[in-house]
Structures are given as structure tokens and as C-alpha cells.
Design a protein around this ligand. Structure first.
Ligand code: ZN
Length: 374
């Protein structure tokens, strides 16, 4: 079968009367399901997007490196090889190569997703070059992927989702099961709703997350804090009435679709929706269709759904469903950054690394920063 396919590949150009300079090799089917969209963050600019590589060949294709470039100047923006390749190009099968091989093998019929985060000066068009080998180990192959346009649309602006603080803005692109890497395939499409999601965890000035029993949601510092509408908007969806587990440690898993817990979705216009999730049961003060004003209380921080502790989950997406929409960037119009957790494992047991305070205007809070709102 392999011979037959190779033969076909070799003879096809001749049959068409095309001069073949070198044998063709099968490569990947490549897609970028959601175009990169720029967001202001950490004093600069950033984008998050994914490159999907699908192997339709009958032989394994082993990726050895991927270069991300400015498609107009050729400048290298990011190089994925060795460890960064292994930690960012993830086969959906879960099958991983021996780390010492410094390659990611994508089996026939399989797909891998490259999770890309870029920061600094960003180009208008992004190029990608994939270096790989197929059946011939000593024959390096290179795939140049057509340039991907960067979406220049401004990110959604929201008012603070909470008051006062301090609040930890918990998010990282690198966690294997963090929002940024959780793909939901529903209604015939794979999407990442939480691409830019932030989990807001309440702290006291010593960095504690509870004022009593760490296993009781109601003792959490942030519990029952008013959740505030991010914009003048229409309430597009509400779910209330999901009960909370009496024990944080024994919060049961929920069926797909219930993980968001009690939530409010606000229609921000232009097909964009903000999701405020895990709200306290019975706390939601708004109804579908109602107009809300920026800063208006819409519910209270709680512990409903799939969560390891009371917090407010906030994300913005391009559709009205917590799971069936692509996450898009947002900025918060005003907040004060007072530090960050270099090690998020210390959340709740140690104070953050303080810095600043720095007033932030129209930025997306960076990974694990600690902020105060007015
Ligand atoms: Zn979340």
C-alpha cells in the first residue's frame, strides 16, 4: 500500500505534463481555526492561537521544529524545538514520544495542536514553517504554511467584574488542563471557549483565600462578593439553581454543560458575549432580556459547577453558549496591579510577590497577577 501511494505520488506530475524537480512527500493538513487577535497585556501586546496539524498520510510524520515568523519580513517570532516543541505541540491521542527524541510524532489519522502565544511587537501576517520527517528518517522535509492574517479588531472592553480586592487573576497558557488548552467539540466543531478566560480568586492582604475552614466554600474570602456587569448590555442567558457542594474537596464532577455552574451571559453586541460563571445559587439578580448597566450587580461569587474552589470565572466568546463558542480577548478598562504569583501553587498559603502598584488601563490581566479594583 505504501509503495502504491508513493508510486502514485511520483507519476502524477508526469501524467500532468509537469516537470517534477523532486519527489513529492505527503505533509500535513494545516488549519488555524481561530485567527490570532491582538490584546494589550503586561505593558505590551499579545496573541493566542492554535495551529492544527492533521496527518492524512499512511506513515507517521514526526515534527522536529516549528518556526513562527513575521510573514512580511521573515523575522523569527518564536521557535518551537526540543522542550518547547514537546510542551506546546500536543497530539490529541495523548500518545507522546520519548522526550529525549525531541520530536512529536503524529500518527496516520491523528492530529496535534500547537498552542502559540506571542508577545511583543506583532506582525500583520504570521508565517509558519514545519520541519519534519516522514518514512525516510534521514530526509528532512519542510512545509511552508501560507501566511495567517492577524485580526486587527479591537478587543472587547469590560468594566471590572468585581469590586475592591485583592483578587488573583488566575490564568496561564501552559497548564495542560487549564482553560487555554481545553478543547470542546460540540455541534460539529472543535473550539476553545476559555482561550482568554480568567478565574478571579479573592485574597486577604496576607494572601489567604479563606477566613475559616478551607473546605467550606462560604468561608472563602471572595465568597458572595457582588459580581458586576462589564458593560451596558442585554442579559442573554441565565442559569441559576445549581446547588453547591458542602465540601470543597468533595465537589463532584458535573455532566458536560453543567461545569459552568450558575452563570450570567451578557450580550455585548457584534456577536460577543461575556460569561460570569460559578455564581452562588439564588444570587442572580437579572433575567434574560433585561438591560443592565455597567457596574450593576448581577449575581454573587460562588462555588457552583466544576471548580476546585470559590471563584468567578470570566471569559468572552463569539457565541451564546459557555462551551460552543470560541474565546476571544478582552481588556478591563481600569485596575491596579499590585503584584503576581510567580508560583501559583503558593496561592492561599503565601503572599504574592508584590510590585507596583501600577495603574492599568485597557489591558487584559497577565498571568497570575494580583489586582485591586476601585
Ligand atoms: Zn474558570
Amino acid at each position: 500500500m505504501r509503495f502504491f501511494r508513493r508510486l502514485m505520488l511520483c507519476v502524477a506530475p508526469a501524467l500532468l505534463g509537469v516537470a517534477a524537480s523532486e519527489p513529492l512527500s505527503e505533509s500535513f493538513d494545516v488549519s488555524v481555526p481561530q485567527l490570532p487577535q491582538i490584546v494589550a497585556t503586561d505593558g505590551g501586546k499579545a496573541v493566542r492561537y492554535e495551529l492544527h496539524l492533521t496527518n492524512f498520510a499512511t506513515v507517521p510524520l514526526a515534527v522536529r521544529g516549528i518556526l513562527v515568523t513575521d510573514a512580511d519580513t521573515g523575522k523569527i517570532l518564536r521557535s518551537f524545538s526540543r522542550r518547547p516543541l514537546l510542551t506546546h505541540l500536543i497530539p490529541l491521542s495523548g500518545t507522546r514520544d520519548d522526550p529525549s527524541s525531541a520530536r512529536v510524532t503524529i500518527q496516520p489519522g491523528a492530529r496535534a495542536v500547537l498552542y502559540v502565544e506571542l508577545s511583543g511587537p506583532l506582525p500583520r501576517r504570521i508565517g509558519h514553517t514545519v520541519d519534519y520527517v516522514a518514512a525516510c528518517e534521514t530526509c528532512p522535509l519542510r512545509l511552508e504554511i501560507p501566511a495567517v492574517a492577524v485580526n486587527q479588531a479591537a478587543a472587547v472592553t469590560l468594566a471590572p467584574p468585581l469590586a475592591a480586592g485583592p483578587w488573583a487573576a488566575v490564568q496561564s497558557p501552559d497548564w495542560p488542563r487549564g482553560h487555554r488548552r481545553v478543547v470542546y467539540t460540540l455541534d460539529g466543531k472543535a473550539r476553545i471557549p476559555g482561550r482568554y478566560a480568567i478565574d478571579w480568586v479573592g485574597l486577604d492582604d496576607a494572601g489567604r483565600t479563606t477566613r475559616g475552614d478551607p473546605d467550606r466554600a462560604v468561608d472563602a474570602i471572595g465568597y458572595d462578593a457582588p459580581v458586576l456587569a462589564g458593560a451596558d448590555a442585554r442579559v442573554a442567558a441565565v442559569r441559576d439553581g445549581m446547588v453547591e457542594s458542602a465540601s470543597i474537596a468533595r465537589n463532584p464532577d458535573h455532566v458536560l454543560g453543567d461545569g459552568s455552574g450558575n452563570y450570567v451571559a451578557l450580550d455585548l453586541g457584534q456577536g460577543r458575549y461575556a460569561f460570569y460563571e460559578h455564581l452562588r445559587p439564588g444570587s442572580i439578580q437579572v433575567k434574560v432580556g433585561q438591560r443592565v448597566r455597567r457596574g450593576q450587580a448581577i449575581g454573587a461569587l460562588g462555588f457552583s459547577g466544576d471548580t476546585t474552589g470559590p471563584h468567578l470565572h470570566l471569559h468572552v466568546a463569539n457565541g451564546l453558549d459557555p462551551l460552543k463558542a470560541e474565546g476571544i480577548p478582552f481588556v478591563i478598562d481600569s485596575y491596579t496591579e499590585i503584584g503576581r504569583y510567580d508560583d501559583i501553587g503558593a496561592l492561599g498559603s503565601k503572599p504574592w510577590q508584590s510590585a507596583g502598584p501600577t495603574r492599568k488601563s485597557h489591558e487584559w490581566p497577565a498571568s497570575n497577577v494580583v489586582v485591586r479594583f476601585r
